[in-house]
Design a binder for this molecule. Sequence first.
Ligand code: IPE
Ligand code: IPE
Ligand code: MG
Length: 246
Amino acid sequence: MSLKEKINTSKLPQHIAIIMDGNGRWAKQHGEERIFGHENGVKSVRETVETAAEIGIKYLTLYAFSTENWNRPQEEVIALMQLLVYTINAETETLNKNSIRLEAIGDLSSLPEDCYNELQEAIENTKTNSRMTLVLALSYSSRWEIVNAVKKIAQKIENKTLTSSEINEDTISQHLCTSKIPDPELMIRTSGEHRISNFLLWQLAYSELYFTDKFWPDFGKEDLYQAILDYQNRERRFGKTSEQLV
Ligand code: IPE
Ligand code: IPE
Ligand code: MG
């Protein structure tokens, strides 16, 4: 039985989030510059997006560039932004063919203008697609997002459209960039690092975490199946006891 056949399609996570890590080390392993790793990471993005849509995942969030990544050497940042523009442009047709809607979260206004425009165009051109939503986290960090949410909530209190006693968990969720997206049930990180790196801190509160040693450019179909199977074999108790679940 193949890994794919073992997946229980009635117990799929609705939303999978991925920290695509290890491009630089993959390139080094191949005796190449870091950007070669990023270029090869695009193949994994394509394969993961298509596989996720094909098996029926509804939301896939990919951490593509963090707020902290702006601190990388300028030439790497520029190369990454160019790759992003090129990829978004080249992939829009495939997204439409597969009925995948593109969304983005993060401080998009800090992106270079061509990148921002390309992104908005792709979002606009795919907005009626309904099979899966692909969310790119770009210039994203969770603390930035939470600070923003707090500011927006404070503003409403100043305007007297909200009182502090009305604030609950939903108030916070509704003011995050992900207000229209359900929390991920499964978070995958590649490259052997076991950390969150400022990704979806609020939304991952009860997600199952899956780590693989593979570098992102080596991540493919079978690895995604493996992660989903691992997820399906876990008991999600949400604070209850095992006995209470049956
Ligand atoms: C992930 O790979 C891609 C981005 C953060 C943009 P890295 O570039 O972090 O690769 P490593 O972790 O240095 O190997
Ligand atoms: C996290 O990877 C960000 C992305 C994958 C876009 P990093 O490589 O930037 O994270 P750290 O520095 O190892 O925590
Ligand atoms: Mg890294």
